[in-house]
Write a protein that binds this ligand. Structure first.
Ligand code: GUN
Length: 296
C-alpha cells in the first residue's frame, strides 16, 4: 500500500473510526467514575509464546488503558494443563472486578478450545464466542457478538454502505469471522453467500458480490479481476513478511493496489479491520459492564 492509496477517499480508515469510538468510550467510562461507580474490567488469558498473539494482547491491554478500562493479563505457560486453564477461567468468572474475559486464540494444540470457551460465564464473554452467545446470534437475540464481525458492520455503517438487498459474499467459514459476519449481514437484510477453500469457481462467485468480506488466511489471494466494479471490499487477512532489508511487510488476503482501482470502498491492511476488532472488544466489555451494573 502506498501513501497515495491511503489518502484516497475510497480507502476505508479503520484507524480513524476506531480512535473516534475509543474517544466516545472514554467519555462514557469517565462518566461512570464521576458517578462513583467502579471501573469496567477486562481479563485477557494468554497461553504460550506465540509472538503474534503477544503483540495482539499488548495492543488490547494498551487500548483498555486509553479508555479507562481496568485490565488483567493472565499469562499461562505453553504446557499448562486443561484443568489449570479452566481453573483460571472459573476464578475470573467469580471476580467482581471483571466484566469481560477473553482467551486469546489460537491455543496450543494440546488444549481443547471448545471446552475452555464453554467454561466462561457467557455474560462475561467479551469475544462473543461462547455457545450461548453464538446461539443468541443465530436466534437474532441481543447479546455479545464476536469483535471482528462487529467491527466490520460498524465500518460498513459508518461509510453508509447500503446493506439491505445487497449481494454479499463472505470468503471463510470460521467461528471467529466467517460464520458470524454472514449472520450479521443477514440480520441487516443482505443476501449472503459463504464461500471457502472448497468452493467451486470462487472467482465467479466473488464477481457477483456488491460487498465482499475476505477472511481466508491466504495472502493476496483475491485478485482485482475477481472484483465487481464498484464493490465494497473488506479484508480481514493479516500477513507479515520480513523483507531482505529487514523491514516488515504487512498485507491482507486481497491484492490491494490493483483491487483499490476497482472497488468503490476498500479496507487497507494494516489500518482497516484490525483496529476495529480491538475497539469492539472494548465496546463488548462496556456492554457487559453496563448489564452487570444494571445500567442498560
Ligand atoms: N486471535 C485472533 N483474533 C482473535 C480474536 O478476535 N479473539 C481472540 N480471542 N483471539 C483471536
Amino acid at each position: 500500500m502506498t501513501n497515495t492509496a491511503q489518502t484516497q477517499s475510497h480507502i476505508i480508515d479503520g484507524k480513524m473510526l476506531a480512535e473516534k469510538i475509543k474517544g466516545d468510550l472514554k467519555i462514557e467510562v469517565d462518566a461512570f467514575i464521576a458517578k462513583g461507580l467502579r471501573q469496567p474490567g477486562l481479563a485477557v488469558v494468554l497461553v504460550g509464546e506465540d509472538p503474534a498473539s503477544h503483540l495482539y494482547v499488548k495492543n488490547k491491554i494498551n487500548s483498555c488503558k486509553k479508555v479507562g478500562i481496568h485490565s488483567v493479563l493472565k499469562q499461562l505457560d505453553k504446557d499448562v494443563s486443561m484443568e489449570e486453564v479452566k481453573d483460571c477461567l472459573r476464578k475470573l468468572n467469580e471476580d467482581e472486578a471483571i466484566d469481560g474475559i477473553l482467551v486469546q486464540l489460537p491455543l496450543p494444540k494440546h488444549l481443547n478450545e471448545e471446552e475452555i470457551l464453554d467454561i466462561m460465564d457467557p455474560s462475561k464473554d467479551a469475544d462473543g464466542l461462547h455457545p450461548y452467545n453464538l446461539g443468541s446470534l443465530v436466534q437474532g437475540k441481543p447479546g455479545l457478538r464476536p469483535c471482528t464481525p462487529l467491527g466490520i458492520i460498524s465500518l460498513l455503517e459508518h461509510y453508509k454502505v447500503e446493506l439491505s438487498g445487497a449481494q454479499a459474499v463472505v470468503i471463510g467459514r470460521s467461528k471467529l469471522v466467517g460464520k458470524p459476519i454472514a449472520l450479521l449481514l443477514m440480520e441487516k437484510n443482505a443476501t449472503v453467500k459463504v464461500c471457502h477453500s472448497r468452493t467451486k469457481d470462487l472467482a465467479d462467485e466473488v464477481r457477483k458480490a456488491d460487498i465482499l468480506v475476505v477472511a481466508m488466511g491466504k495472502g493476496k489471494f483475491v485478485k482485482a479481476d475477481w472484483i465487481k466494479k464498484g464493490a465494497v471490499v473488506i479484508d480481514v487477512g493479516i500477513h507479515h513478511e520480513r523483507k531482505a532489508d529487514g523491514m516488515s511487510l504487512i498485507y491482507g488476503d486481497v491484492d490491494f493496489e490493483p483491487s483499490a482501482k476497482v472497488a468503490s470502498l476498500i479496507t487497507p491492511v494494516p489500518g482497516g479491520v484490525g483496529p476495529m476488532t480491538v475497539t469492539q472488544l472494548l465496546c463488548n466489555t462496556i456492554y457487559a459492564y453496563k448489564k452487570r451494573m444494571g445500567l442498560n
